[in-house]
Design a protein around this ligand. Structure first.
Ligand code: MSP
Length: 641
């Protein structure tokens, strides 16, 4: 294929503007940036898109809460995303905002096409909606009749006129796509989850809303301006509106996307709704939809209320942006959840980067300085070190595939295997002994071999660590470009003779954690202040899971004046054992079959040697104790709140 014919189109999700960028956003964006740089390096004409998702109820509410108009608020937060990506030197070609005129035109056009081909019809939607996830759910999907199955927050019951997209019509076509195209959804485990979801049956999707208006209006031709588009229809279409869909289609040459990078939480939208919309529009389907896992911090889920959200800028400022990029891509197998800890980051910097990568450069500089006045030659490398070259070339033979299939950690592991060959060759061939024995050619060939291996790794690591790679390439007098990729990686040529320059250490050793205890976010501080005043936020309240339980058994605890041992049904697989100090006020018999209210997410504790898996709610005053119970019987496990 000639250079011009190869095209790549890489996208990130467009980020909601209800919050500032965090490590999760940075992770997706950095993977996408790495991919885009790798395609460019290989001579692909590449288009890399990112942007912000600005419509919908969630944004409208976030803006109102701050006394701003949604557009003002979106402008501010979208600007923060853009500024961070610019500071991180993310090589995006386009930054789309769903409030852009070009986007609205494209979305309306797409709606018209789908409507005209019979895939959209008018009806009435009645069901549950989670504003936080901007997702519709059926009653059976909810936790305890009202909790969002994805984020746990309470959903709203909505009943409104709506246009529907005939998603059900595409069920078989989607299943065929998954089975025909092995790598359409990556990684495989996630693809299987998507397949089983689709096999359970797809219902038509409500794609417009009438209860608020912060969204794209229907096309004029529909003559129905009560409705705005459902935010996910609006958002997903960004991948084609950015290419000019519906207006100026010149960049549609990049379609279909090479890879849509997404987090696992939004895979369903991308792997089910999006291809169905595309089928309806008569457009080809993306080559890969790749879902990564989530980052936790020191083993805990990140949340604003805990104040433990990792701020990517703080990490990059403290440890170096490229070290951070390397860490994120190397630390976790793509698709799995990963844990951010400073210790793990420091280990990667000191060990992989400092000891194995940077040190190799230092050794080359040191040896060539001593043996040949910093001159390096490839003269006898092929003759004397065929074995090591062959081993390295074997490892790198399929290296492109690793990144194309998003196996970022395997990609880097393979590069580091080449570094191990290089470091191993120095130990095995002891060039200092050769010099002593007068075998200068032999010693220089070891240095030449190692320099060649380092050059290969440098070229291939450049999409992950572009600046670091350039510094090494500058010192070794080669350029990182499509030409050098072809020459040194594809055609396995050796470096021309050159004289190496001394450069300061690239990865100075880090002795201690550079970020002090996580800074509480502004919201956290506000929350703390309120807690000090005895006031908690709704989020704090909902951290306590209160449930209705039905008492199945009640017995006295031997030798205890106060305790009863209960078996309480909370709608779970097994009843819970709860030990409660209510014996003076209730007899076991009057409790059986009655209902109680239980704190259901309390850490289990042992009371008089008996496990207690919850706590009953009760009111107590000087006259006695009274259990709190639902006024009318409710299903066991019903949520209270
Ligand atoms: N606006 C939608 C995407 C629409 S794309 C057509 C959205 N935005 S988001 O801002 O909420 O999330 C963007 C991405 O951040 C998602 O891919 C999500 O998985 C990712 N992450 C959010 N928290 C994360 C972690 N803690 N770790 C890793 N990624 C996480 O969803």
């Amino acid at each position: 294929m000639s250079k011009e014919e190869k095209k790549a189109y890489i996208t990130t999700p467009i980020y909601y503007v209800n919050d500032i960028p965090h490590i999760g956003h940075a992770y997706t964006t950095i993977i996408a940036d790495t991919m885009a740089r790798f395609y460019r390096l290989r001579g692909y004409k590449t288009y890399f898109l990112t942007g912000t998702d600005e419509h919908g109820q969630k944004i409208e509410q976030a803006a109102l809460k701050r006394g701003r108009t949604p557009k003002e608020y979106a402008d501010e937060i979208s600007g923060k995303f853009k500024a961070l990506w610019d500071e991180f030197e993310i090589s995006y070609d386009d930054f789309i905002r769903t409030t852009d005129e070009r986007h609205k035109i494209g979305v309306q056009k797409a709606f018209e096409v789908m409507y005209n081909n019979g895939d959209i019809y008018k009806g009435e939607y009645e069901g549950h909606y989670c504003v936080s996830c901007e997702t519709f759910f059926t009653e059976t999907q909810l936790i305890d009749g009202e909790g969002c199955p994805d984020c746990g927050k309470v959903t709203n019951l909505v009943k409104e006129e709506s246009y529907f997209f005939k998603l059900s019509k595409y069920q078989d076509k989607l299943l065929k796509w998954y089975s025909d195209d092995d790598k359409c959804v990556l990684p495989k485990g996630k693809k299987n989850e998507v397949i089983s979801f689709v096999k359970q049956g797809l219902r038509d999707l409500s794609v417009t809303r009438t209860s608020f208006d912060w969204g794209v209006k229907l096309p004029k031709s529909m003559n129905d301006d009560k409705h705005v588009m459902y935010v996910w229809l609006d958002a997903l279409l960004n991948y084609i509106t950015a290419l000019g869909y519906g207006k100026n289609e010149d960049r549609m040459e990049f379609w279909p996307a090479t890879a849509h990078l997404v987090g696992k939480d939004i895979l369903r939208f991308h792997a089910i709704y999006w291809p169905a919309f595309l089928m309806s529009l008569g457009l080809p389907l993306p080559k890969h939809i790749a879902a990564h896992g989530w980052w936790t911090r020191n083993g805990e889920k990140m949340s604003k209320s805990k104040g433990n959200v990792v701020n990517p800028k703080e990490v990059a400022d403290a440890y170096g942006l490229e070290n951070f990029r390397y860490f994120m891509l190397r630390e976790v197998p793509f698709g799995q959840d990963g844990d951010f800890s400073q210790k793990a980051l420091i280990d990667r910097i000191n060990s992989d980067l400092g000891n194995e990568f940077g040190n190799l450069l230092n050794r080359i500089i040191g040896m060539s300085g001593k043996y040949s006045d910093f001159n390096i030659t490839s003269k006898n490398v092929a003759k004397l070190h065929q074995k090591e070259l062959a081993e390295a070339n074997e490892i790198l033979k399929d290296i492109e595939l690793k990144l194309d299939e998003l196996q970022t950690n395997r990609y880097l592991e393979d590069l580091w295997r080449v570094l191990t060959i290089a470091n191993g060759a120095i130990t095995a061939h002891e060039p200092w002994v050769k010099i002593k024995n007068g075998d200068t050619d032999g010693a220089l060939a070891v240095v030449g071999l190692v320099a060649n291996l380092l050059a290969k790794v440098t070229i291939l690591v450049s999409p992950v660590m572009p600046k670091t790679a350039s510094k090494i390439a500058d010192a070794m007098k080669f350029e990182i470009s499509y030409e050098s990729y072809k020459k040194y990686i594809v055609d396995n040529e050796l470096l021309e003779d050159f004289s190496i320059e001394k450069i300061p250490p690239l990865f100075p050793k880090i002795e201690e954690e550079l970020l002090k205890t996580p800074k509480p976010s502004i919201d956290k501080k506000k929350e703390d202040k309120k807690s000090n005043e005895g006031i908690i936020s709704i989020d704090q309240f909902f951290q306590t899971k209160l449930k209705v339980g039905t008492v199945l058994e009640a017995t006295e605890v031997e030798k205890s004046k106060k305790l009863l041992k209960l078996k309480v049904d909370l709608g779970e697989e097994n009843p819970r054992q709860i030990v409660a100090g209510i014996k003076e006020f209730y007899s076991p018999n009057e409790l059986i079959d009655s209902q109680v209210c239980v704190v259901a997410n309390l850490k289990p504790a042992k009371i008089m040697g008996l496990l207690s898996e919850g706590m009953l709610l009760a009111a107590k005053d000087k006259d006695g104790l009274s259990l709190i119970r639902p006024e009318h019987k409710r299903n066991s496990g019903s949520l209270i709140g």
